[in-house]
Design a protein around this ligand. Structure first.
Ligand SMILES: [Zn+2]
Length: 70
């Protein structure tokens, strides 16, 4: 199981369940008791409790070097 402490801000994670837009790639915007994630498919942001995220996360895809330039 993925450890939430391994997830860093601006990293990309994948979830077991796809977002309605079809993507399961998410950028981590902020972390804490609740995580804020942005869907890479449609750009929507969600807030999810860390306990819920722990169950639904598939893996950590790594840091996204293409985003947040500048
Ligand atoms: Zn989406």
């Amino acid at each position: 199981m993925v450890k939430l402490c391994d997830i860093k801000e601006n990293e990309t994670v994948t979830t077991k369940k796809n977002h309605p837009c079809g993507s399961n790639l998410w950028t981590v915007l902020s972390k804490g008791a609740e995580f804020k994630l942005q869907c890479r498919g449609c750009g929507r942001t969600i807030v999810i409790a860390s306990e819920t995220l722990k169950k639904s996360i598939k893996n950590i895809a790594g840091a996204d070097s293409s985003a947040h330039k500048g």
